[in-house]
Design a protein around this ligand. Structure first.
Ligand code: HDD
Length: 704
């Protein structure tokens, strides 16, 4: 019996206990890989002090050879990622729909490993590029591993997996010069898009703010395909999986993402790691859209078409459980790089549908692990090992870790007492009756490509739509071929005439004279990030600018007021180390201002204190901090004399607190106070920060 099935109450730690056997702290004396002790690893074995190196220097050869072989092929897509362990627990038994044990027992904590990723960039590319984000979850269940390999967008670029190599070749750097890295803004992608209109719905998502998430902790996840749940009676229910982050779904702005890519290319990876180290564990709720089989044809699109959503207003998302990520991996390569996801890693009670994209994936993921991880034993790599017992007749191969005993490795056998035998509770494939001729043809029900792209557009808030138009203009503006730009504009005219005109006007293309089809006018509020969680400042990062002469008491009070709600304040100063405060005391600077930038924070605040304010008001970097934060629609605040810094920054006319004011003054999301009113400032600032950004602020004229 496996470790986890023996120990139900402690099941959440089963994976951790299993990994413990393989952890290595590299303690003790230095040895070779055969355990022979080494007393010098700085000098190779030579003939005389200045002579040639000897072939018999086995330590040298082993050390260099191992180093030469340290790299494995990066993932062909989703090469850059970050992972974490955690656990999942279902709220109530879902046995009505599925026999999957981990979805039926609310008392069970199932260990998970999640890997977030970008798609197009190489392993070393920047985190904050415009791209889809992968959201892949491995559940180490008692019945075997279940992998939910999803993205942060609910649809996909293509309908049939046979187009995947074409799409990926188009979006990846162009093959002649390998430019551009991790960017969709180039001719080949948009050439493909213009010629393959099924991409249009997903391209709307890719041009939206969803493609530049603030954090992996603030991003939705989707299984994308329609899957099938199967209960103990063998009855099926269609299902779409959704992950909803408890912190809400929030994004960066485009200018900010480009700057972060230089200032901190590990921005999202670091954010995930740091939050877990701080104990601010990311949490997501799993939701399901459940569709009875009798409703298979009840929609105006095909459930098997992965370029379509089921609007949440049509089939609501039922919350079914919660996932918490609470442990960082010990070793990036061993765990995050070697983790192997596969859509066909399913457990009893979860099955596929005939979605041709999913069917292709069920082939591709196993195939890719064989080359990436060097052979058929990748499931034995610690991060991939199921906590359920593995017993079969598969043998040998590169990297075999097991020492299989006995004479028999075939079925049936009598010499090995019939083991491994066919047990109870096996995976049984859903019995679907299928018939038809062998054809190579897209179903008629897959042929409408525009109406959900329009639905998405119609559902956006004003600021989201502006960002989307700007993104189309940026991306197409980077395309050198006019015909590529023109064809995409023609396609957009089928989504929405006004959109096509706005985009065309920005990229030197003649706008279409008339609409191709009227906009159907329907919308789905759940698609807008304006309708997400907007009442939490938990784990938000605030830069507090201070210099010598700062009011330490004011800084401490502000920090405490934010900490109470889980927000983090870092004191940034013109120099690192201790600041001399207004009253002659000391205040530790967390970082020197020149090592950071406003784009790495959610908000910027200027401390009080006359000396500090005078220094900061004359410091171009401090003024840029404030102006750039304002430009990116972030909450900004200033306390007491700190207000003078705001008035020196290149901001539009702003109402700020004057001496004698008793409360806080709020104008365009900028909060100020002088003397009294600090408590009100804390409350107002928190409210604005919880709203994420101040989207109605006029920022075009700010030179940052
Ligand atoms: Fe894929 C990786 C998500 C379509 C072939 N895919 C990969 C990862 C994610 C997704 C999150 C990274 C897993 C990790 O962190 O290791 N892929 C998707 C989604 C799709 C999708 C949500 C559409 C709904 N993928 C898709 C198709 C094919 C592939 C149609 C091929 C026919 N995907 C792969 C792959 C990768 C991969 C080549 C690269 C590395 C890996 O699998 O392990 O096999």
């Amino acid at each position: 019996m496996s470790d986890i099935s023996r120990d139900r109450a402690d099941a959440g730690d089963a994976k951790d206990r299993q990994l413990q056997e393989r952890r290595d702290d590299s303690a003790g004396a230095l040895t070779t890989n055969t355990g022979v002790r080494v007393d010098d690893t700085d000098n190779s074995l030579t003939v005389g002090e200045r002579g040639p190196t000897l072939l018999e220097d086995f330590h040298f050869r082993e050390k260099i050879t191992h180093f030469d072989h340290e790299r494995i092929p990066e993932r062909v897509v989703h090469a850059r990622g970050a992972g974490a362990y955690g656990h999942f627990q279902v709220y109530e038994s879902l046995s009505r729909y599925t026999r999957a044990d981990f979805l039926c027992d609310p008392g069970l904590r199932t260990p998970v490993f999640v890997r977030f990723s970008t798609v197009a960039g190489s392993r070393g590319s920047a985190d904050t590029v415009r791209d889809v984000r992968g959201f892949a979850t491995k559940f180490y269940t008692r019945e075997g591993n279940y992998d939910l390999v999803g993205n942060n967008m609910p649809v996909f670029f293509i309908q049939d997996g046979i187009k995947f190599p074409d799409f990926v070749h188009a979006v990846k750097p162009e093959p002649d010069n390998e430019i551009p890295q991790a960017q969709s803004a180039h001719d080949t992608l948009w050439d493909f898009v213009g010629l393959q209109p099924e991409t249009l719905h997903m391209m709307m998502w890719l041009m939206s703010d969803r493609a530049v998430p603030r954090s992996y902790r603030m991003m939705q996840g989707f299984g994308v395909h329609t899957f099938r749940l199967v209960n103990a009676r063998g009855e099926g229910t269609f299902v779409k999986f959704h992950w909803k982050p408890l912190l809400g779904t929030h994004s960066l702005v485009w200018d900010e993402t480009q700057k972060i890519a230089g200032k901190d290319p590990d921005y999202n990876r670091r954010d995930l790691w740091d939050a877990i180290e701080r104990g601010q564990y990311p949490e997501y709720e799993l939701g399901m859209q459940l569709v009875p089989e009798s409703d298979e044809f009840a929609f105006d699109f095909d459930l098997l078409d992965a370029t379509k959503i089921i609007p949440e207003e049509v089939v609501p998302v039922t919350p079914v459980g919660r996932m918490v990520l609470d442990r960082n991996p010990d070793n990036f390569f061993a765990e995050t790089e070697q983790v192997a996801f596969h859509t066909a890693h399913v457990v009893p009670g979860i099955d596929f549908t005939n979605d041709p994209l999913l069917q292709a994936r069920n082939f591709s993921y196993l195939d890719t692990q064989l080359i990436r991880l060097g052979g058929p034993n990748f499931q034995q790599i610690p991060v991939n090992r199921p906590v359920a017992e593995v017993s079969n007749n598969q043998r040998d191969g590169y990297g075999q870790q097991k020492v299989h005993r006995g004479r028999t490795s075939y079925f049936p056998n009598s010499l090995g007492a019939g083991c491994p035998f066919l047990g109870e509770g096996p995976y049984t494939h859903y019995q679907e009756k299928v018939e038809g001729a062998t054809i190579r043809r897209r179903s008629e029900s897959f042929k409408e490509h525009y109406s959900q792209a329009t639905l998405f557009l119609n559902s956006l808030a004003g600021w989201e739509r502006e960002h989307l138009v700007a993104a189309f203009r940026f991306e197409l503006g980077k395309c050198e071929e006019l015909t590529v730009r023109e064809r995409v504009v023609e396609r957009l005219n089928h989504v929405d005439h006004a959109l096509a005109v706005e985009v065309a006007q920005g990229i030197g293309v003649t706008p279409p004279a008339q609409e191709a089809v009227p906009n159907h006018g329907r919308s789905s509020p759940a698609l807008s990030q304006a309708n997400t969680v907007l009442d939490s400042v938990h784990s938000r990062q605030i830069a507090l600018l201070a210099a010598d002469g700062a009011d330490a008491g004011g800084v401490d009070r502000f920090r405490a007021a934010m900490a109470e709600h889980g927000a983090l304040v870092e004191v940034l100063a013109p120099h690192d180390g201790a600041l001399t405060t207004e009253d002659g005391g000391a205040l530790a600077a967390d970082r020197a201002m020149n090592t950071m930038a406003s784009v790495l924070y959610d908000a910027v605040v200027v401390a009080g204190g006359g000396g500090s304010a005078a220094t900061l008001a004359a410091d171009g970097l401090a003024l840029h901090f404030v102006a750039e934060a304002f430009k990116h629609a972030k909450p900004v605040a200033a306390i007491d004399e700190g207000v003078d810094v705001l008035t020196r920054a290149p901001l539009p006319p702003l109402r700020t607190a004057r001496p004698g004011d008793t409360g806080a003054v709020v104008d365009q999301g900028v909060v100020t106070c002088r003397g009294a009113g600090a408590a009100e400032l804390y409350a107002e600032f928190r409210r604005i920060l919880a709203g994420h950004r101040v989207w109605d602020r006029e920022v075009a004229s700010v030179p940052a």
